[in-house]
Design a binder for this molecule. Structure first.
Ligand code: ADP
Ligand code: MG
Length: 408
């Protein structure tokens, strides 16, 4: 059922489908910002696997693939621990093909490596952020990168909200020879389901630590959703704003007024804003703390709410079961500690069940996706987004620089 909705939301994206890459040099911005372990092995290859369809389309056409990405946050120039050389082996195993690597992303070495590339071969350039010009969006740096190729492909949704040299500035040098990669296309078409074809009831579940990063999205979602469930640490700012006792739970004192305004706006718009009614408490921020349950607005001093209580879980699950469209961002508790993971787990399971019953579900955000992976539910969600900040900004209705640059 939701496949139909995806098709309906497919609005004229410039995609790689219609390009024949034969004999062309394609420079592809990918998101290879993967976690590495202490031995510099790839600890989670989700992002590498995400880039495979685009790479294979180009090699199948017998084009030349030039991959560029950032990795980590290098401060001043090259740092061995942030070298993309660490991912070369893993990527070549995934692709079943040799990956050429060059220790610079511009200059003579890069030029030579590209000249030596045959049709159907793949070259990975060194970390773009070894040049500060990448993040500042320097035009000359972007131009130097653009000189490597005939076509520009953006397949890095995770950085699409940044106006960096490789994610947006570079696009101006490829007037019509630019397109979204397969992953980027999938992200946009899925997000457009929420934007344009959300079947009702539409429920957004927003959690995580802080209101501050998510207040804009709450306001934006009010215009579109029927239910907004609020969990996680951010719920306590709402409870306190309404006069509840939250003990030592997480709170943003400077956001109390904003929380009240949000509640009032929900009422005005007829959106069902659902807060937890109870909580699992701990007497310290630790997995070994003493635990207790209480009503959400009667938390004694010395105790902090770290997870949903049973009544809240039950109520949230009922709403999720009746929903036809579900968006989830932000864990319902401190799920990193096993003793406070139950709320997040039960909500994830409820979303999976609802999806099995025909609802469309989209989950995004670094920690939320980690939770979904942790509970082995990734395959039971309609779409798991690779974006965190980019996803939130997209839903807030902002035009992402990485998307705009291709559309312009
Ligand atoms: P995402 O990465 O999915 O967008 P966030 O980064 O906004 O999610 O929030 C995730 C963090 O919120 C987790 O580290 C989690 O421990 C924390 N969190 C959730 N509930 C609480 C709570 N009740 N008290 C403190 N921290 C919480
Ligand atoms: Mg996070």
């Amino acid at each position: 059922m939701y496949h139909q909705r995806i098709r309906n939301s497919f609005t004229c994206l410039k995609t790689i489908e219609n390009i024949n890459f034969s004999g062309l040099r394609a420079i592809v911005r990918v998101d290879f910002n993967v976690p590495l372990d202490l031995d510099f092995n790839v600890a989670d290859d989700t992002r590498l696997r995400g880039a495979i369809p685009t790479i294979q389309k180009i090699t199948a056409d017998k084009g030349k693939v030039i991959l560029m990405s950032h990795l980590g946050r290098p401060k001043n120039g090259p740092e061995d621990k942030f070298s993309l050389k660490h991912i070369v082996n893993h990527l070549s195993v995934l692709l079943g093909q040799k990956i050429h690597f060059v220790t610079d992303c511009i200059g003579d070495k890069a030029d030579e490596a590209i000249n030596n590339l045959s049709d159907g071969e793949i070259l990975l350039l060194e970390n773009l952020r070894f040049y500060p010009e990448e993040k500042t969006g320097d035009v000359d740096f972007a131009k130097a990168l653009s000189a490597h190729a005939d076509v520009y492909i953006n397949d890095a949704f995770g950085t699409a909200h940044r106006a960096h040299a490789s994610t947006s500035v570079i696009a101006q040098f490829f007037t019509d020879k630019k397109a979204f990669g397969a992953l980027m296309t999938k992200e946009i078409t899925n997000l457009n389901v929420l934007e344009q074809n959300a079947e009702k009831p539409y429920t957004a579940i927003i959690g995580g630590a802080k209101i501050s990063g998510k207040i804009d999205i709450l306001n934006e979602l009010m215009a579109k959703t029927d239910n907004i469930i609020i969990g996680g640490g951010m719920a306590f700012t709402f409870i306190k704003a309404m006069g509840g006792k939250i003990g030592d739970s997480l709170v943003e004192e400077d956001k109390l007024e904003l929380a009240l305004k949000t509640i009032a706006k929900a009422k005005e718009l007829g959106v069902n804003l659902i807060l937890p009614s109870d909580a699992k408490l701990a007497d310290s921020f630790s997995n070994d703390a003493a635990v207790e349950y209480s009503k959400i607005d009667e938390i004694p001093d010395g105790w902090l709410g770290l997870d949903l209580g049973e009544e809240s879980i039950k109520r949230f699950k009922e709403v999720i079961a009746e929903s036809k469209t579900i968006l989830w961002n932000g864990p319902m508790g401190v799920f990193e500690f096993s003793n406070y993971a139950e709320g997040t787990k039960q909500i994830a399971l409820a979303i999976a069940d609802s999806t099995a019953n025909g609802a469309y579900s989209l989950v995004g955000g670094g920690d939320s996706v980690a939770a979904i992976n942790h509970f082995y539910l990734t395959d039971k969600i309609s779409y798991v987004s690779t974006g965190g900040g980019a996803l939130l900004e997209y839903i807030e209705g902002k035009e992402l620089p990485g998307i705009k640059a291709i559309n312009d």
